[in-house]
Write a protein that binds this ligand. Structure first.
Ligand code: BEZ
Length: 172
């Protein structure tokens, strides 16, 4: 039997995984909330004008929905090296249980940019976050495209996230 590792995506990985996987399923991580609190100087902004991308913040009682990808253990090291490079701007790997819609659970890995990383921007009002997203753009494209891709992907998988959807409404 192939041994596998589960990687949880809650941001761009949901709509652009960019790696080979054996299967994928909607999953949840308990005790975390998704927030547009991480600065992006290298993808959706530039050093003088960073954009905002998502990270997870500890939030007892809340949960974050995303996509869990089952990866063949034989190729996992290469995939993590590629992601470590792609997300080099402050993200670190965490390990935690992933909960599936049927209630079953498996250990998974996800990336978190904590408040001590240099690119961290932290909390701001929904209006301010939307304004920053509206004006930001970087080598990977506009920050608004990132937000809209994320909101569309969440809707497609029936994952509710008031933080993301309220920023989207603020952009209209
Ligand atoms: C993700 O889509 O889960 C992701 C977010 C930040 C860094 C790496 C991956």
């Amino acid at each position: 039997m192939t041994s596998s590792i589960w990687l949880f995506g809650y941001g761009s990985l949901i709509w652009r995984p960019d790696f080979a996987f054996l299967s994928n399923r909607v999953a949840w991580v308990d005790g975390w909330s998704r927030r547009f609190w991480q600065g992006s100087h290298d993808h959706r902004g530039v050093p003088d004008a960073p954009g905002r991308v998502v990270t997870l913040i500890p939030a007892p009682g809340d949960r974050c929905g995303g996509m869990a990808f089952e990866i063949d253990a034989d190729v996992a090291t290469g995939i993590f090296e590629q992601l470590d490079y792609r997300e080099k701007n402050g993200y670190e790997r965490y390990q935690s249980p992933l909960v599936f819609d049927d209630g079953s659970c498996i250990d998974g890995i996800f990336y978190v940019a904590g408040e001590d990383n240099p690119a961290y921007l932290g909390a701001a009002s929904i209006t301010r976050i939307a304004e920053q997203i509206k004006r930001s753009s970087g080598p990977s494209g506009s920050n608004e495209e990132y937000l809209r891709n994320l909101a569309d992907a969440l809707r497609q998988h029936a994952i509710d996230d008031e933080h993301v959807f309220s920023i989207e409404r603020s952009l209209q």
